[in-house]
Write a protein that binds this ligand. Structure first.
Ligand code: ZN
Length: 199
């Protein structure tokens, strides 16, 4: 890093702090940005700023969206009787990509993790319970990841929901332990959904 002047080093080190970007990629991106026409970097800066300022949680499912209510929640053709609980907007997108799930989603925006000090009240579980009182949901499919935290969160939610008499299911195994839903191929995702187990 010391080969470069301070401003270049800072740009490289900021880029390297992004997920999935190693030192070499950071260097490549930094020099690309410095070499390319100014309007291209201005556009990138303004797209990032626009997304940061205007993307918020859907007021129903808590996915990230730039609408008050996201396109899935506001689509009258989606089945309101089945609700899939996922960890993140990225996981929701993974299921949307296979195009076989016609229900709605509830995005927890995290998982319970005592190690990281994340408890049930830090993710959108209260909001899930409230939705279940207001919407005609008959089945909740818990599609958290198969990590230790994802499994613990699934157990916690299923225990909460069972007394309410709502059918609760868990997506089937087949998803590698610790595997992130967003990186799983579509066939495996579809099998996990179709083979879901009633808890
Ligand atoms: Zn929504």
């Amino acid at each position: 890093m010391e080969y470069y002047s301070e401003k270049i080093s800072r740009l490289i080190s900021e880029l390297a702090s992004l997920p999935g970007i190693g030192a070499k990629s950071a260097q490549r991106l930094a020099f690309y940005m410095l070499d390319c026409p100014k309007d291209k970097t201005e556009k990138l800066i303004s797209v990032i700023r626009d997304a940061k300022e205007n993307v918020k949680y859907c007021s129903k499912c808590f996915c990230l969206t730039d609408k008050e209510i996201c396109p899935i929640c506001s689509n009258p053709n989606r089945d309101a009787k089945i609700l899939m609980v996922v960890e993140s907007t990225k996981d929701m997108a993974a299921y949307e990509r296979i195009g076989k799930f016609n229900g709605r989603y509830h995005v927890l925006n995290g998982v319970i993790s005592p190690m990281l000090g994340i408890g049930p009240s830090d993710i959108k579980i209260k909001e899930l319970l409230l939705r279940l009182q207001q919407e005609p949901v008959e089945e909740v499919v818990i599609a958290t990841n198969s990590s230790v935290e994802g499994e613990a969160t699934a157990m916690y939610i299923s225990k909460l929901l069972k007394p309410a008499g709502i059918k609760v299911s868990r997506i089937a195994n087949g998803i590698p332990v610790g595997g992130d839903l967003e990186y799983i191929d579509e066939v495996t995702l579809l099998r996990a959904l179709e083979g879901r187990i009633i808890l």
